[in-house]
Ligand binder design. Structure first.
Ligand SMILES: C[S@@+](CC[C@H](N)C(=O)[O-])C[C@H]1O[C@@H](n2cnc3c(N)ncnc32)[C@H](O)[C@@H]1O
Ligand code: SF4
Length: 339
């Protein structure tokens, strides 16, 4: 399967057309500890660090096999996702960067990070060596008790403010992820989300804010979304703007049409930057293949699988490292519906 994927990618990239993009996704499937609310199937360091070293070596081997593709085509985007990709060491990231021909010519370079992992030295590394365009910080909530309630490592808002201003010094754009109703369904949890929005928009001031209704609470029900959206709306119109008018509509038909999941508000500059840049395959690539996209994914482990795809061929491969067999499992699957 590895060989098949390589051959198909090679063939495709040799005749890629101008309107198709080539994305690279690199997965770090581990987290320091598991947060209760999280929907990802990442692996906790608490279950043993021995797997980490085995995984890193396996990804390096994958890079050796697939790096020939970067001689054919410089990727349009690269995305470091997870799990928690800020747990890669800088030596390991050096190895990845040095394996990719003309890494610095990749137009869109983005990583996720847990704010707990970011000191000034790491920020400098991300800006100068990884040359990131965008960093996405998993904040979820500024409320200490809400984070403790979800077993989430909490970082205080002054530290997060410092991280954002440091990235801005290097001209790296910052996204902050917030989860609405992070620690429950009660009235108190709504108040915490309101306060989180207040802090992020008025004190932290990132370029983009991704607010996500907690999939594990009643916010998944349509009736709750107008209240959630009304809170977002209070912060729109001055510095921050939504992706489109439907995104913050309170009308049920519009909500259904737009979708109920992530809501993004961003500065005008960010929207201009995004519109003039390329898409990327994000955390972790979905089994549904976006049109006109070739995505090569590295890593994944256990149940935290990743997807590679060649949309024009309706070809999808999902893969993950298997710690029992000490090798990557690859499965291919021809998709029926492109999204
Ligand atoms: C891979 S994680 C982010 C990186 C890093 N591990 C961290 O936690 O900071 C991607 C995002 O998925 C979102 N997420 C996970 N579980 C969720 C849930 N139950 N409801 C809504 N969003 C969720 C979180 O906002 C999280 O930042
Ligand atoms: S939210 Fe982030 S750190 Fe927490 S378990 Fe999920 S991926 Fe790991």
């Amino acid at each position: 399967m590895e060989k098949e994927l390589l051959l198909r990618m090679e063939k495709k990239l040799k005749k890629i057309s101008d309107d198709e993009i080539f994305c690279v996704y690199i997965d770090f499937p581990f987290c320091r500890s598991k947060c209760d609310y999280c929907i990802y199937k990442s692996i906790s360091y608490k279950d043993g660090l021995n797997k980490r070293e085995e995984y890193v070596e396996a990804v390096k081997e994958q890079l050796k096999i697939f790096k020939i593709l970067f001689e054919i085509k410089i990727p349009d985007s690269i995305y470091f996702g997870g799990g928690t990709p800020s747990l890669w060491s800088t030596d390991e990231l050096d190895y990845i960067v040095d394996s990719i021909n003309n890494y610095n010519l990749i137009k869109m370079k983005k990583s996720e990070a847990h704010p707990y992992d970011l000191n000034d030295e790491r920020i400098k590394y991300y800006a100068e060596k990884l040359n990131l365009d965008v960093i996405s910080l998993g904040v979820q909530s500024f409320d200490k008790n809400a984070c403790i309630g979800q077993n989430r490592i909490w970082v205080d808002k002054d530290s997060i403010k410092h991280i954002v201003s440091e990235f801005h010094k290097y001209d790296v754009k910052v996204n902050i992820d917030l989860v609405a109703l992070f620690n429950g369904d009660e009235e108190e949890d709504w108040k915490i989300f309101e306060e989180d929005m207040n802090i992020v928009c008025n004190e932290i001031k990132p370029d983009i804010i991704t607010s996500i209704p907690n999939y594990k609470t009643k916010l998944v029900y349509l009736e709750q979304l107008p209240r959630f959206r009304s809170i977002l709306k209070e912060y729109v119109g001055d510095i921050y703007f939504p992706a489109g008018s439907k995104m913050l509509s309170l009308n049920y038909e519009d909500i259904k049409k737009y979708g109920e999941n992530d809501h993004w508000i961003a500065t005008k500059d960010y929207w201009i930057f995004q519109d003039s840049n390329v898409r990327y395959s994000s955390s972790h690539p979905s089994p549904k293949c976006p049109p006109k996209q070739i995505t090569l994914s590295f890593g994944g482990a256990g149940n935290h699988v990743v997807y590679s795809y060649i949309s024009s061929d309706n070809y999808v491969v999902y893969s993950a490292y298997n710690f029992e067999k000490h090798k990557f499992d690859y499965f291919d699957n021809h998709i029926i519906n492109n999204s």
